[in-house]
Design a protein. Structure first.
Length: 130
């Protein structure tokens, strides 16, 4: 089974997951990302990660409106679809697609893309340090 990713409302095969060439996240690094560890198919410290994500979006004035319950569903669905026991979820939200200009336009629809992958953690290092 191939990996499944999520892009702005759609679950897509990872190898078919693309963003627009004029996405501001691609052209100007105009976006935020959050990495959430997964252990035993459970999201670790989800609320803390989503708090930081919201704060970063607010700081950059990226007008991304979402419901935590829906985002939580999307994340858990990706864990299920990708059969992740121990892994990583990457949430990336850019300001969206706009003509390549440095000046910010209003009402740009943000792009959200989420990837998930298995990754065996060495939790002993996390607990004890290196």
């Amino acid at each position: 089974m191939s990996r499944i990713s999520y892009i702005s409302g759609s679950y897509v095969p990872h190898d078919k997951a693309f963003i627009h060439i004029e996405d501001r996240g691609n052209q100007f690094a105009d976006g935020v990302y959050e990495v959430i560890p997964v252990n035993f198919s459970s999201l670790i410290d989800l609320d803390l990660h989503l708090d930081r994500l919201e704060n970063n979006l607010k700081t950059l004035s990226i007008n991304f409106k979402y419901n935590r319950r829906i985002l939580n569903f999307i994340l858990k669905r990706l864990i299920f679809l990708n059969k992740i026991s121990d892994g990583i979820i990457y949430i990336q939200i850019s300001r969206g697609v706009a003509k390549r200009e440095h000046a910010l336009k209003k009402n740009i629809k943000p792009t959200i893309f989420i990837t998930a992958r298995n990754n065996k953690f060495n939790f002993k290092i996390l607990e004890e340090g290196v």
